[in-house]
Structures are given as structure tokens and as C-alpha cells.
Design a protein around this ligand. Structure first.
Ligand SMILES: CC(C)(COP(=O)(O)OP(=O)(O)OC[C@H]1O[C@@H](n2cnc3c(N)ncnc32)[C@H](O)[C@@H]1OP(=O)(O)O)[C@@H](O)C(=O)NCCC(=O)NCCS
Length: 164
């Protein structure tokens, strides 16, 4: 990833990251149920990252939010996006692995997301049966990864907005 400068997202990056997400996702992305878990909740400090190319142009971004699953805490990964001119260069995978590793170091035990299993399985994500995102969400797309062994074992229930 030498061609990119990667650092934690700062407040001044916010609207540029939003513009990248608008470019990379279908219109109406904010109507998705996962956004209701993000309303009025700040992303997890230090885990959200931006990657800029040699000219300072935003090439990729990842954010993480805190959520509750039943009475446990989890990281919600996403959105993650890479500018179309840089897709397939390994940047998305790098941001995901770095973010997960930083989350583990900060003491988070489990991470989840709503996404394509064929992509996220390479990072170890598996279907979370019994973990319910707010509707409408396709249960096949609710995926989880353990940051400490067994941390998703037996975890069931509704995903709710962070309230600490
Ligand atoms: C998904 C995304 C973040 C991946 O970033 P990237 O930098 O292009 O990914 P990488 O270079 O690390 O990996 C590329 C590989 O992922 C695969 N891939 C990308 N999106 C995929 C998907 N939705 N399903 C299956 N495989 C996918 C590519 O085919 C490629 O496969 P290969 O390694 O066999 O060649 C990026 O393509 C993107 O921004 N897409 C649009 C927004 C989006 O869908 N975000 C994820 C949902 S939260």
C-alpha cells in the first residue's frame, strides 16, 4: 500500500468520505437499515481510516460504528469503499484488515457487517444466524468475525443503536 497515505479519519475528511460513498454505492444508501444504527452516534474513534493517493485525492475510506447485539457490544464495519479508479489494487482488503486489527487491539471482541459473503469470507466473516438487523435486511448478508475466540458463540438477538 505504498502508493497510498493511510491515516485515521479526521473531522475535516467527513464530507469527502461521504462523497466517495455516494459515488461507490447505489443512490439512497442512507435509507438502508444499517444507517438507523448510525444516526446520532459517532463512529468509533481511531478505527475509521482514509487513504489518499500521491496527489492527496481520496482513494478509499472505512468507518466503524459501535452497536449492541442483545446486551453485548460489537463493532459494525462499514461503509467501506474504494474509488473505482483504484478498485482491485488491494486497498479495500488492506483497510478492512487494518481496521479489524486496530479494533482487536482496542479490546473489541466481535465485529459484524451487512455485505456480500463472497467478498467478506476471505477475511473470515461468516453468516450470523440469530443476529437480527433492523428490517428490511437480508439475513444472508449479516456476517460476523470473532476478534477473541468464541465471541460470537450463542450470541443472538436484535442489533440496536449504541446507547452508552
Ligand atoms: C468492495 C470494495 C470496498 C473492495 O475494495 P477493493 O480495493 O476493490 O478490493 P481488493 O482489491 O482488496 O479486492 C479485490 C477482490 O475483491 C473482489 N470483490 C470486490 N467486491 C466484491 C463483491 N461484492 N463480491 C465478491 N467479490 C468482490 C474482486 O473481484 C477482487 O477479487 P480477486 O482478489 O479475486 O481479484 C470496493 O470494490 C468498493 O468500494 N465497492 C463499492 C462499494 C461496496 O460495495 N462496498 C462494500 C460494501 S459495505
Amino acid at each position: 500500500m505504498q502508493q497510498f497515505r493511510i491515516r485515521p479519519e479526521e473531522p475535516g475528511d467527513w464530507w469527502e468520505v461521504e462523497a466517495l460513498y455516494d459515488l461507490c454505492f447505489a443512490p439512497g444508501r442512507e435509507a438502508l437499515s444499517s444507517y438507523r444504527l448510525r444516526d446520532d452516534v459517532p463512529p468509533v474513534a481511531g478505527l475509521s481510516m482514509v487513504a489518499r493517493d500521491g496527489e492527496g485525492i481520496l482513494a478509499g475510506a472505512i468507518r466503524f460504528w459501535p452497536v449492541h447485539v442483545g446486551n453485548l457490544d460489537a463493532l459494525l464495519l462499514g461503509p467501506v469503499a474504494v474509488h473505482p479508479t483504484h478498485q482491485g489494487e488491494g486497498l479495500g482488503g488492506y483497510l478492512i484488515r487494518e481496521g479489524i486489527s486496530a479494533g482487536r487491539k482496542k479490546g473489541w471482541q466481535r465485529v459484524m457487517l451487512v455485505g456480500d459473503a463472497p467478498y467478506y469470507s476471505r477475511f473470515g466473516f461468516k453468516r450470523l444466524s440469530g443476529v437480527e438487523m433492523p428490517p428490511p435486511t437480508n439475513p444472508e448478508r449479516v456476517l460476523g468475525l470473532e476478534l477473541t475466540p468464541g465471541s460470537w458463540d450463542g450470541v443472538r438477538g436484535a442489533v440496536s443503536r449504541w446507547s452508552k
